[in-house]
Design a protein around this ligand. Sequence first.
Ligand code: NAP
Length: 474
Amino acid sequence: MAIQDKAYIDGRWVAGNLGCFDVDDPASGDIVARVANVDLDQVEAAIDAASNAFEPWRLQPAQARCDRLMAWQLLLLAQQSRLAELITLESGKPMSESLAEVVYGASYLKWFAEQGVRAYGHTLPALPGGRRPMTIKQPVGVVAIITPWNFPLAMIARKVAPALAAGCCVVIKPAAETPLTALALVALAEQAGFPAGCINVVPGIDAAAIGQRLCASPRIRKLSFTGSTAVGRILMAQSAAHIQKVSLELGGNAPFIVFDDADLDLAVDGLLAAKFRNSGQTCVAANRILVQQGVYQAFVSKLREKVLALKVGPGAIDGNNIGPLISQVAHRRVSRLVEQALSAGATCSAVGTDLPGRFYPPTLLESIRPSNPIWQQEIFGPVLAVTGFDTEEEAVRLANSTEAGLASYLYSDNVRRVMRVAESLQFGMVGVNEGIISTAVAPFGGIKSSGLGREGGQEGLDDYLETKYLCFGS
Ligand code: NAP
């Protein structure tokens, strides 16, 4: 599988009208590819292509659309190693995680291939006068998809699969840091036999202009975005012009609560999984660690030992757990956040291997007060911020004191407490004695400023469908 570096518009691989932009390897900083940089005419051409492809695509039998998705997922699995190498090359994550991402991404193609044939409407009981109401489900239309670099394959699969299964066509703007995986993924879609125009990819470095153009087009009927809350706000405002539907998967600030009655070994392992995947650069990463005083010392001492055992180094080298951060900017941001945390009274009780470049050492911070900046922001790096609490009420109040509402985690063996706390947490998702919660079969998404809509589950398909009501006279 050769590296694909062109844009994909209307079934053709095309050079960028604005030349190329560089993609680098975060582990070494070396330039690994030069990718097509599209201009706004090319964005418009992609919208044209998707609009023209939409009618024939939506009119295909659902089974035919879903057969293409199923073929695509088989190709993904067959090319698992090659795709994983690309993910590691441009995002820096360890190979084991990249392999897992391919399987995870493929699971969305499969899930929506299966769900797409079940987009049922309803027939409703007769109304007075013999009128008969019914509902049918129809695709929303052409969808613009804008995705981040932290899961360069899966974030696209989670959106494209339900869109195509529903009968929509798509224009994808991948993150400028990781376009290679997006292009490789779509090259496999081409092999799977999707008609020209159904899927278009417009890589480019002027994200703001591309986003504006996608929102300005009345032919784009939905915008599906994963990324920062700041950009989500801009896109939501822009999409008001044509009342485009929006799905927004935005930033989190996940609490991870360990109660006195928790299984501590399970909790430590769950925390490592929830925190250190992709060097802490995930939206569901445990961000604020709350440990009840009765087990605080025991928990932190087990945690410290495991943090110090993490292996830092290039993701391509077998056995490394912590790869580099995506960019120097990200490295500076995390360094600054840790410095601010220490000046605000935090103490540092463990620091792992510190390598040069974009690598940030796994770090354990304690004595964090809720006013500490590190408590209020998404860290997006391999840094644990831990504090103690006394009562269940205090834990819930601290956990909920954020504008974010994506993932949350709680560890306890008391089933009544688990139900009480899970119901009180103001988050779209709660991991109960579990640190890895994302799966194609369940609705992934946030509340409050973490976004709108759900990806995965039946809900993930509904987000790409309109419900139309038909009224039959007697
Ligand atoms: P980002 O800066 O918001 O970028 C995400 C995408 O938006 C990229 O494709 C980016 O393009 C594009 N973009 C940037 N500015 C834009 C604009 N003005 N108009 C239109 N598009 C624009 O986010 P990030 O730093 O890459 O990703 C990290 C954030 O994503 C974190 O907050 C994380 O929590 C969140 N995230 C959320 C989920 C979830 O499911 N809730 C999953 C993963 C990540 P360029 O790359 O070209 O700048």
